[in-house]
Design a protein around this ligand. Structure first.
Ligand code: GRG
Length: 266
């Protein structure tokens, strides 16, 4: 059941970030691999739970029927739990044992755990669920940013940060990777919201902010389309600035990821 969701596909952005961050600071792929897999297990675990009838009640995930649709709700809860436990077993028990000091390993575990609990995924999900049905005035930009930062950015940022920790990065390098990951996560969201609004309005031939697109809490809805585009540009620049002091060859995957996110059209 756990395997069904874990191997169902997905973009693998978090493991990619983890490995690229490790390599950027001088580590190698093998050092980050078990932790990169662990991050993907945690992400999949959260998707399985998020899809449950008591949360999003989704029928499809990664192009396939959701875990509870195939195995039942009780089994899907357990599949998510099992993936979650397996992640920590995998990252602490496997490989890199000799390369990474116990101190750095423990730091990576703490970083990841923080990104999941009340200060991360769970906190963001709670506020998201509590915000359902709020109108525009009650929702607000602050709430939107809180949800994005916790529900989606936290694990993505942790993926990059644990990669840098395991790769032997300095405090300054870890800080830069944290900032880079925060910028690209927010950038992804702002671009996603711009596309959501412009595509919805294209289809309907109406101006942005009509009733159909107004139901979803988006950046264009809260700060206007023009200011959302300015914000996307600023975030893209800030993300690339974080990579300036590193070996340009090793920064290639991270530069490419930022420009892919900034330039995507669907
Ligand atoms: C940690 C078990 C556990 C639960 C935490 C359910 C929950 C509480 C939080 C939900 C978190 C959640 C589902 C956030 C959405 C994150 C997100 C942006 C998902 C889509 O990520 P992509 O686009 O997906 O990277 P793929 O399928 O490509 O991996």
């Amino acid at each position: 059941m756990a395997e069904y969701s874990l191997l169902a596909g997905g973009k693998r952005v978090r493991p990619l970030l983890c490995i690229a961050a490790c390599e950027l600071v001088g580590g190698d792929e093998a050092t980050a691999m078990s932790t990169a897999c662990a991050v993907e297990m945690i992400h999949t675990s959260s998707l399985v739970h998020d899809d449950l009838p008591c949360m999003d009640n989704a029928d499809l995930r990664r192009g396939k029927p959701t875990n509870h649709k195939v195995f039942g709700e009780d089994m899907a809860v357990l599949a998510g739990d099992a993936l979650f436990a397996l992640a920590f077993e995998h990252m602490t028990a496997l490989s890199s044992a000799l390369v990474v000091s116990p101190k750095r390993k423990v730091r990576a575990v703490i970083e990841l755990a923080k990104a999941i609990g009340t200060k991360g995924l769970v906190g963001g999900q709670v506020i998201d669920l509590c915000s359902e049905g709020l109108n525009r005035d009650d929702a607000g930009l602050e709430r939107l940013e809180f949800i994005h930062l916790h529900k989606t950015a936290a694990l993505l940022v942790a993926a990059a940060v644990v990669g840098a920790i395991l790769g032997g990065g300095t405090e300054d390098e870890i800080k830069k990777l944290r900032k880079y990951a925060r910028c690209i996560r927010l950038l992804f969201q702002v671009v996603d919201d711009i596309l959501y609004v412009t595509k919805s309005t294209d289809k309907l031939g109406k101006s942005a902010g009509n009733d159909v697109v107004a139901g979803k809490l988006t950046y264009p809805r809260l700060i206007s389309l023009e200011r959302s585009r300015e914000l996307a540009e600023k975030l893209s620049k800030e993300a690339e600035e974080q990579l300036l002091g590193f070996d340009p060859n090793k920064a290639v995957p991270l530069v490419a990821l930022a420009s892919y996110i900034a330039g995507r059209h669907n």
